[in-house]
Design a protein around this ligand. Structure first.
Ligand SMILES: O=P(O)(O)O[C@H]1O[C@H](CO)[C@@H](O)[C@H]1O
Ligand SMILES: O=c1cc[nH]c(=O)[nH]1
Length: 364
């Protein structure tokens, strides 16, 4: 007989199956020998692309049931308390469902200053301003990351680079999971270098690519290279582009984003402390990137896309371009201009969140 308990059990089994399938579909493991063997790496990579085509696990939500935030770690069940060390939070010390259970939108970006200014901006947009204008840093117990919350919107800084954002995302995903959040959308609001775009253009990422222009994120786990899928939610990207059209305040495009391990040599800059290539080498490389559909370069999108996909989060990357890398390397615009550029992804995402909340209010 179907009662509340076995309906929820069946639902759980379905969700678990769905999430473990999603996990399998999202990664390929190379053995150590394969890793150094270009031919087999290419072959495995091709099968990886084939896998993706066979399983266009998409973005569009087909289920009406709420979508939870998945973790894929059986060891977590054995933990009495889970300490989210770099947030200064934990399951024993904090009531995470009470603090975060209502979160529906998470915005992340490199700088703590930007993420505080975003929460002030969104509070005003949603008419939820604190009369004392106080937005306390929820992670005040640590100086690693900063976190702010207004209503259902959470704003978190992640520092610079893949390692820094990956640590933050491990703890953020566990936080959302422990808090029993459902139907969460996460958006990175960042800055980048553009390729052939007018500075100030906003790029909504279609695919995050590595420095060889392949849509994958590689990580060595237990001495083996694990390759993860960097797909982002295409319908969310389209919705953001539509919002930009409605706003009509600045140029926005959808394109591929290259994610590098470094700001200088990793992005073909000629102005780092070391450089062993010519201006022509740099131009040739950026031209190849552009031919692969790369519109901008930054340093977190690949692991962001990979981890959000594994946890079932609807994710997008929205970065403004601060300069055109075909024309130079140095950021020599005034602080005022750079600050106004940084606000563009915030304005776009703020508009999107307000639109979503309005639509939800009409439906309920
Ligand atoms: O503007 P944020 O979010 O920090 O992102 C970009 O800016 C930093 C480099 O200046 C890198 O982290 C890059 O990804
Ligand atoms: O050129 C740039 C500008 C911002 N962020 C980057 O990673 N690269």
């Amino acid at each position: 007989m179907w009662n509340h308990r076995n309906v929820s059990k069946a639902l759980n089994i379905r969700l678990t199956l769905r999430c473990s399938r999603q996990f399998r579909e999202s990664e390929i493991i190379f053995s150590e020998t394969e890793e150094t063997d270009t031919v087999s790496q290419t072959a495995t990579y091709q099968s990886f692309s084939f896998f993706r085509k066979m399983n266009p696990k998409d973005d569009k939500k087909t289920d009406l049931c709420p979508s939870p935030v998945f973790v894929h770690n059986p060891h977590l069940d054995a933990l009495k308390d889970d300490v989210l060390y770099h947030f200064g939070l934990g399951t024993r010390t904090h009531d995470l469902p009470a603090m975060f259970g209502d979160v529906k939108f998470v915005c992340v970006g490199g700088s703590p200053w930007r993420m505080k200014s975003f929460i002030e901006y969104i509070a005003a947009e949603l008419s939820m301003e604190d009369p004392k204008s106080e937005y306390p840093n929820i992670c005040a117990g640590t100086d690693r990351y900063a976190m702010y919350k207004v209503g259902s919107v959470l704003s978190v800084s992640h520092g610079m680079g893949i390692s820094s954002i990956a640590i933050m995302l491990h703890e953020l995903i566990k936080l959302l999971h422990h808090a029993h959040c459902t139907d969460v959308t996460i958006i990175r609001i960042g800055t980048s270098g553009g390729i052939g775009l007018k500075p100030g253009t906003v790029v909504v990422t279609k695919q995050s690519m590595d420095a060889t222009f392949l849509p994958k994120f590689e990580q060595v786990i237990l001495g083996k290279t694990v390759v993860r899928n960097t797909d982002l939610d295409q319908s969310l990207a389209e919705e953001l582009l539509q919002c930009s059209k409605e706003l009509n305040q600045f140029e926005t495009v959808i394109g591929n984003t290259m994610c590098t391990l470094d700001f200088y040599e990793g992005q073909a800059r000629l102005d780092g402390a070391f450089c062993s290539y010519t201006e022509k080498d740099k131009q040739d490389y950026l031209t190849k990137a552009s031919e692969a559909g790369v519109c901008n370069i930054e340093m977190e999108s690949s692991v962001f896309a990979a981890m959000c996909k594994l946890s079932g989060l609807r994710a997008a990357v929205v970065c403004v371009t601060l300069l055109d890398r075909l024309k130079g390397d140095q950021l020599n615009e005034s602080q005022e201009v750079l600050r106004s550029y940084q606000q563009r992804p915030q304005i776009l995402v703020g508009y999107y969140i307000r639109k979503q909340l309005k639509a939800k209010a009409v439906c309920s």
